[in-house]
Design a protein around this ligand. Structure first.
Ligand SMILES: Nc1nc2c(c(=O)[nH]1)N[C@H]1C(S)=C(S)[C@@H](COP(=O)(O)O)O[C@H]1N2
Ligand SMILES: [Mo]
Length: 319
């Protein structure tokens, strides 16, 4: 997000998406055969330890958009993940050998249950769901991504935050050996993000572990990353190793780096522009070289589900 020339349109962006739509029907059919239609399966979330392996027992969520998802190629080759470089092309090249097992997640702070969990133990109490969400980057591009994940609200409930917990903070792995980007100073590492407890317990946010029915590619934040569809992409912190319940507002990386441009809330809002990018319109990745930009929707189209969270806030000041 540091100044770069606006991205070139690559051939992959005009690739047909039909294969992937068929694949999606296939995933839905599979979910029905498995008896996991809409209702959670009640089975523990098991995620294979290799990237791009098929996930089973994935329920279909009624919260999905029916817009056409981007191709897998777009989703897995046009990325922001500064730990692996600044270019959109860098993460898929430099995260290829990133080791995501063993993986531990530390849960701490204002909660009844805390501890350090290996990834499988962390996942066990939850159900996998497919959620197809519109995603909007502050750089004015967007995608539709068929995530597979677990409900963040369920995760919060499971760890039983105390009455002092007002926020949830997240941190990404900070590993100089494996992440060439953290040897540089593009951001103050580790990458950090946070949500209010009310945001984190809204039904929409998920911790994603898959895309297109398979375990998530490294460049998209393996083994587990946050997805908050009504906020700009930078809130979607990748490769999470720490979750902390806090009584005070946690720091978030882009706000620490450039506070005039990036706030804590980062709600998608077409009427409040960023100093370097208008937020009124967006370019859907994969829509082709000649496609018009489309209008950005308030809260990225999720106003019905989330506008009430901000009814007492001046969104121009709390950006
Ligand atoms: N750890 C970490 N998480 C991150 C980032 C990052 O640089 N490091 N970039 C963010 C930004 S700006 C965006 S737009 C999304 C992109 O997610 P995607 O590559 O899966 O589409 O990841 C977010 N999460
Ligand atoms: Mo972004």
């Amino acid at each position: 997000m540091l100044s770069k020339k606006s991205s070139d349109i690559r051939p992959s962006e005009i690739t047909s998406e039909s294969n992937y739509i068929n694949r999606r029907d296939f995933i839905r059919a599979g979910a029905i055969v498995g008896g996991a239609l809409i209702a959670p399966s009640g089975m523990s979330a098991v995620v294979p330890d290799t990237t791009l392996a098929k996930l089973s027992d994935v329920a279909v969520s009624p919260l999905s958009t029916d817009e056409t998802p981007n191709s897998f190629e777009d989703i897995a080759t046009y990325n922001n993940f500064y730990e692996f470089g600044l270019g959109k092309d860098d993460p898929h090249k430099y995260a290829e050998d990133f080791k995501t097992r063993p993986w531990t997640i530390e849960v701490s702070g204002e909660a009844e249950k805390t501890g350090t969990y290996n990834f499988d133990d962390f996942m066990r109490p939850f159900d996998l769901e497919e959620r197809i969400y519109r995603m909007r980057c502050v750089e004015a591009w967007s995608m539709v991504i068929p995530w597979v994940g677990i409900s963040l609200a369920e995760v919060v409930k499971h760890f039983q935050p105390t009455s002092k917990a007002q926020y949830v903070a997240f941190e990404t792995l900070n590993d100089r050996e494996q992440m060439p980007g953290v040897r540089g100073r593009s951001l103050d590492w580790p990458y950090r993000e946070g949500l209010t407890i009310a945001e984190a317990t809204n039904p929409l946010p998920i911790l994603a572990v898959g895309i297109y029915g398979n375990s998530i590619p490294n460049q998209n934040g393996a083994p587990i990353r946050l997805v908050v569809p009504w906020k700009y992409g930078f809130k979607g912190i990748k490769s999470i190793v720490k979750i902390k319940f806090m009584s005070t507002r946690p720091k978030n990386s882009w706000n620490m780096a450039i506070p005039d441009e990036y706030g804590f809330y980062a709600n998608v809002n077409p009427s409040v522009s960023h100093p370097r990018w208008s937020q009124a319109r967006e370019r859907r990745i994969g829509s082709g070289i000649f496609a018009d930009k489309q209008e950005t929707l308030m809260f990225n189209g999720y106003a019905e589900q989330v506008a009430h969270l901000y009814k007492d806030l001046d969104l121009r000041r709390n950006f």
